[in-house]
Write a protein that binds this ligand. Structure first.
Ligand SMILES: NC(=O)c1ccc[n+]([C@@H]2O[C@H](COP(=O)([O-])OP(=O)(O)OC[C@H]3O[C@@H](n4cnc5c(N)ncnc54)[C@H](OP(=O)(O)O)[C@@H]3O)[C@@H](O)[C@H]2O)c1
Length: 330
């Protein structure tokens, strides 16, 4: 069936300014790391992308290596753009990244100018686009001079192949130096993409503060800890879950009894608030104004509905915040 975007798509989403830039991002963004590879049903990806856009999720996050195999998610999203979303290209913020292993030999990984520029060209071909909206360096490279990596980001913007640039997984001190270099080059850093959730608090140790000072936005990836901060694993490991899948990023051994105790307490608190645990976990990440958007993954369209439903109940009382801290600290 030919896709027609829902005319009401902008009514329930909130759009938040990304740092000091002119760009607004949806409070909830969709990442294509899982469920968009060749091992997933292509129709699942199509349903997720259509539903997301219908809910006002204008930002789709990709990387060169998302699959499996690497590149497959960009291929699929490129197809969905051609077949479904093409008329709405100017209503979309599409990001990609380079920084992890993509092809063999010394030029398919890390942070050299050679790798970043070649990789973005490959991503654009897979996506069938002339430019991406945001291009990230995916992880710091201990061996390449930071100046070279940042100059490559500046270069792709000047080439018109990316509108904005971002950093991911950069610790605070390195992000500080990188954003200074980008400022000097005249291509300010738009956004930082750190891992941030109730189970992953590292960005609170200086990174979020630095980004606020520098006027750089942030988008929190894996805000549900890959599904652990949901009701998914309360009664075992469902066969269709990430932990049961071939993903090497979440396996049954990580769903420990100790973690499940916390999850049960958090789930009870979410129920008292009249929402699902997944919704409370997203609202909790967004309690901090320095977070521009939460970057979720989804395997079902109902999970997107859950995420957007969170927006109706985002506030926490001081008691609720303290109760969450106590559960997490236990
Ligand atoms: N920059 C980086 O280095 C980096 C690294 C990782 C991720 N990312 C980005 O962040 C995005 C999100 O990462 P993520 O997928 O780990 O995020 P996440 O939101 O923490 O986890 C998503 C998973 O949680 C489960 N889930 C979501 N909503 C649910 C609900 N309402 N009820 C029950 N379960 C629910 C689903 O798992 P099931 O499959 O079990 O249903 C879903 O696939 C990625 O796609 C990628 O764009 C970036």
């Amino acid at each position: 069936m030919v896709y027609q975007a829902d005319p009401a798509r902008y009514q329930q989403m909130e759009y938040r300014r990304c740092g000091h830039s002119g760009l607004k991002l949806p409070a909830i963004s969709l990442g294509l790391w899982h469920n968009f590879g060749d091992t997933s049903a292509p129709d699942t990806g199509r349903q997720l992308v259509r539903r997301a856009f219908d809910l006002g999720i204008t930002h789709f996050d990709l990387a060169n290596n998302y699959g499996p195999p690497p590149g497959a998610a960009e291929h699929l999203y490129g197809r969905l753009l051609r077949e479904d979303l093409h008329p709405w290209r100017d209503e979309l913020i599409i990001s990609s990244k380079a920084g992890y292993t993509m092809w063999e030999g010394p030029y398919g990984d890390w942070g050299s100018r050679k790798y970043l520029i070649a990789s973005l060209d490959q991503s654009l071909k897979r996506l069938g686009l002339e430019y991406v909206d945001i291009f990230y360096h995916h992880r710091p490279d201990p061996d390449t001079p930071l100046q070279e990596t940042m100059a490559a980001l500046d270069h792709v913007v000047r080439q018109g192949k990316a509108l904005y640039v971002g950093l991911s997984n950069y610790p605070a001190a390195l992000a500080d130096r990188a954003t200074e270099i980008l400022n000097q080059l005249g291509t300010p850093c738009l956004i930082h993409q750190p891992k941030y959730s109730m189970f992953e608090r590292q960005p609170e140790q200086g990174l979020l503060e630095l980004l606020a000072q520098k006027g750089v936005g942030s988008i929190a990836f894996s805000p549900l800890a890959g599904g652990q901060l949901t009701d998914r694993y309360l009664n075992g490991i469902p066969a269709d879950s990430r932990a049961a899948s071939a993903s090497r990023f979440l396996n049954p051994e990580q769903i420990t009894a100790e973690k499940l105790v916390k999850v049960r307490h958090l789930n009870a608190l979410a129920q008292r608030r009249g929402q699902k645990l997944s919704q409370m976990a997203l609202a909790w990440v967004m309690r901090d104004d320095r977070v521009t958007s939460v970057l979720i993954g989804a395997s079902k369209t109902s999970q997107l509905d859950d995420a957007v439903g969170m927006l109706a109940n985002r506030q926490f009382s001081a008691e609720e915040r303290a109760a969450i801290e106590a559960i997490l600290a236990d």
